[in-house]
Design a binder for this molecule. Structure first.
Ligand code: BGC
Length: 782
């Protein structure tokens, strides 16, 4: 593999707590709009200019998204078959509340006209604010300074606010500031032949149903045509100026708002504070939507922008206190990892009704869908930093369990629940089943996340109320799907599935799937047995609800005990599946680098016929279950699969980094980490414009904690095996674990464990087990 990170220089200035763009260039604009997105897990706003954008098509996408707010549409298949999902879902680009037009006499401010004398766009990770600074000279020579601060509140999920300041520098005259709620769409990037790009929403639009303008207040109500949701966006404006002005209401077909027509004077600042609220019928009753949004913006205005800013900062102080990773001596990585952590917080749904999309709330890639990315990549970060959020992500799965049950029936399973490969509302909406529905491992991934969650929190309420039911229903699918096959020595085999590697589809006994299904079955079995002893009533309630029998529970253990795990005795490696090693190896030598990612240049069948992996598959299982494989085994498998993995999926490099650490390939681990940590900041995949890669971002956190620090948690044991790369002076992070908070600092000469909160705790440091009371230091970490 060639590492991008070796050859690219950083795109944005390298600062510890900021990302800064110093020059405006239309070529980079689309990507920068993603990078400078602000959000709170509910509202997401791309880093667009308030004034709009007139550059060439394909250099911008105006975007505002609400987590969980989607339109559904009939998927049209050339050749349909039974059980294909009929409805697609697309996260909608909703009314643009951040729009503020600026007109100097007769000249609208336009980044693509006139002259930019100074420009800066920046994201402030400690303050949770997006800022702009601009000095612009109009074609007729009028110079103006524009300073903007934009925040999406982390303390009130419905609220966003903008502080827009304008100072005419060399002229006096009419300045028009038009504050709008704009429901006109900008053209989104065409889908082309890239399955990773969304685009269906364009065809459906979001009709405006109601609107109102009254003094500084306005609202606009949109309703989806098919999914039947309503959305309200309201605003309150607060103009501060000592110049005289008049106002004009705007009642457009697609927009509403207020124009402030000001007699501007050179050097005199005009300030507009805009408070914007979004709410949907998924949160409030339809009739209460408008008044609720009105109340939110009025309260926002009362509080004022400065106080909102302080609240934002206070929230983030606490967040960083728990979630920061410090890397001393490597500013590039420091910036990368903080940027990633910040975007995870901005993207994650925290209400149990929503989840985290593959692209967060920053773009339309993957149509705003949620995947297994949540359980296998994102949950670990939240689990050890903000466990409450990880619980909400699992609650989302519980809240969609009925839909997973329905899907299981469609897939001919009489019992159990099959979770969708990609979805927003819980229904399967992947139209390409070989790399969609066939990825049954999603069930095991969710079960594994519950196990991890329970190990780290001991949250028995969750297990009793929701977790156990999910475990039982997912285990049932394996029991039904698999069979004891004579051909395979009467082992329990799982056929006709796709593992995580999407360059291999519909295979028998995908090793990852079987290993993880085994975990699912065992965990469901043990949970059932333990609940029968400890929480008999609760167990019986669930068993009664889903008609669970004792035989089924025993069968789970039997199937797990006899699970078939493919192994090649001669080569002493695990084949990815039964037929994998029988295929010819992809001709990497004669594949020019322009032909990657392969998915854009080769028909899936061509790819499926070869040994070539898009992403970590078996290697991921060996990370998740690393205590079950010997060092030599992991090394042999790693050596084999690394050579044939393209990392065309952004979910791959972090896992290779972690496993490279596990087996002592530290330089590789570092190179993969660099690639992971700065994937979006340096746009290594070339598609950051369509949205960030949330799984990879969380993967960069895992690289530090599970990779370099070697943390593993299993069977009531928490263990670290730290390593520090020669280019770092020290690194540190904090872990929430069973009511404790532990800080781990690894420097070139020692590893320090500090108990910040909670009771003493047994920890393994390499081969030493010790009781952490207050502070423990180990000197032999190199
Ligand atoms: C990967 C999947 C992933 C999806 C969304 C695909 O490219 O192969 O594993 O779930 O992207 O991130």
């Amino acid at each position: 593999m060639k590492f991008h990170a070796e050859r690219n220089t950083p795109i944005y200035a390298v600062r510890e707590w900021e990302v800064v763009e110093e020059f405006f260039d239309i070529v980079n604009n689309y990507r920068s709009e993603t990078i400078f997105s602000v959000g709170n897990g509910y509202i997401g706003m791309r880093g667009n200019f308030e004034e709009g954008y007139s550059g060439p098509p394909g250099t911008s996408a105006e975007g505002t998204y609400i987590n969980g707010f989607y339109e559904s549409w009939p998927i049209s298949y050339g050749e349909i078959a039974y059980g294909y999902p009929e409805q697609g879902q697309t996260m909608m680009n909703v009314v643009n509340g951040k729009r503020i037009k600026l007109i100097l006499e007769d000249e609208p401010l336009d980044m693509c006209r006139g002259e930019i004398l100074s420009h800066r766009r920046s994201l402030h990770l400690k303050e949770g604010i997006f800022k702009r600074f601009l000095i612009w000279r109009s074609p007729k020579g009028r110079e103006v300074k524009v300073e903007v601060e934009r925040l999406v509140s982390l303390t009130n999920k419905h609220l966003a606010a903008i502080d827009y300041r304008v100072t005419p520098l060399n002229f006096e005259g009419e300045i028009k500031i038009i504050s709008l709620l704009d429901s006109g769409y900008a053209e989104a990037f065409p889908r082309e032949k890239d399955p990773r790009i969304g685009g269906e929403w364009k065809r459906y639009g979001l009709p405006v149903e109601e609107k109102k303008v009254e003094k500084d207040f306005a609202f606009l109500l949109q309703r989806t045509k098919n999914s039947g949701f309503s959305l309200v966006c309201a605003m309150e404006n607060d103009l501060k100026t000592d110049c005289s002005y008049t106002t004009e209401e705007i009642h457009g077909v697609l927009e509403v708002g207020m124009a402030y027509v000001i007699r501007g004077k050179a050097g005199r600042e005009i300030r507009l504070n805009k408070y914007i609220a979004y709410g949907t019928s998924r949160d409030y009753e339809q009739e209460k939507l408008a008044t609720t949004a009105e109340n939110i913006v009025r309260k926002g205005k009362e509080e004022g922008f400065e106080r909102l800013k302080q609240g934002q900062q206070r929230y983030l102080e606490k967040f960083w206190e728990r979630a920061d990773i410090e890397i001393k001596g490597d500013p590039l990585l420091q910036q990368g990892i903080r940027f990633n952590i910040f975007h995870l917080l901005q993207s994650v749904g925290k209400d149990g009704k929503t989840n985290i999309a593959a692209k967060g709330l920053t773009g339309e890639g993957y149509e705003g869908h949620y995947f297994w990315d949540t359980e296998m990549y994102v949950i670990p970060f939240f689990l050890y930093c903000e466990p409450k959020i990880s619980r909400k992500l699992l609650e989302y799965r519980y809240n969609t369990l009925d839909k997973a049950r329905e899907r299981a029936r469609e897939m001919s399973h009489q019992k159990g629940a099959l979770f969708p490969w990609r979805t927003i509302n819980g229904e399967e909406c992947s139209a390409y089943y070989p790399a969609g529905t066939a990825q049954y491992h999603i069930n095991a991934d969710i079960a594994f996340a519950i196990k991890r969650y329970m190990e780290a929190t001991k949250d028995e309420d969750f297990l009793i109320e929701q977790g156990a039911e999910i475990l039982f229903e997912t285990a049932r699918i394996w029991a039904d799907l698999g069979a004891f096959l004579e051909e395979k020595g009467n082992k329990f085999c799982i056929n006709g599935v796709t593992g995580p590697d999407e360059y291999t589809a519909i295979v028998n006994n995908n090793c990852y799937t079987n290993l993880m299904a085994r975990e699912n079955l065992y965990y469901a079995y043990h949970t059932a047995v333990e609940m029968q002893e400890k929480y008999k009533d609760a167990f019986e309630t669930i068993a009664g609800k889903i008609d669970l029998t004792e035989e089924e529970i025993l069968f789970w253990k039997q199937a797990a005990d006899h699970m078939y795990i493919p192994y090649h005795e001669k080569r002493k490696i695990h084949p990815q599946d039964d037929s994998f090693l029988e295929k010819k190896v992809w001709d990497f030598e004669n594949t020019p680098k322009e032909k990657y990612p392969l998915l854009l240049y080769y028909h899936p069948l061509v790819i499926y016929r070869h040994q070539v992996c898009k992403q970590a598959d078996l290697i991921l299982a060996q990370f998740l279950l690393s205590h079950k494989f010997s060092h030599d085994q992991k090394k042999r498998d790693y050596d084999y699969y690394e050579k044939i993995t393209t990392h065309d999926s952004s979910l791959s490099t972090c896992i290779f980094s972690i496993m490279a650490c596990d087996i002592g390939y530290y330089e590789k681990a570092y190179a993969y980490f660099l690639e992971t940590a700065r994937m979006d900041l340096d746009d290594y995949k070339g598609n950051t414009k369509h949205g960030i890669h949330t799984a990879n971002m969380a993967g960069s956190w895992m690289c530090i904690v599970n990779g370099f620090a070697g943390m593993r948690v299993h069977d009531d044991v928490i263990r670290f095996h730290p390593y520090i790369h020669p280019s770092w002076e020290a690194y540190s992070f904090k872990i929430a674990y069973r009511g404790r908070r532990v800080k781990v600092t690894i420097s070139r000469k020692e590893t320090i464990y500090e108990l910040l909160e909670g009771e003493e705790l047994w920890i393994w440091h390499k081969e030493n087990r010790f009781l952490l009371r207050d502070r423990a230091v180990f000197y032999e970490c190199l």
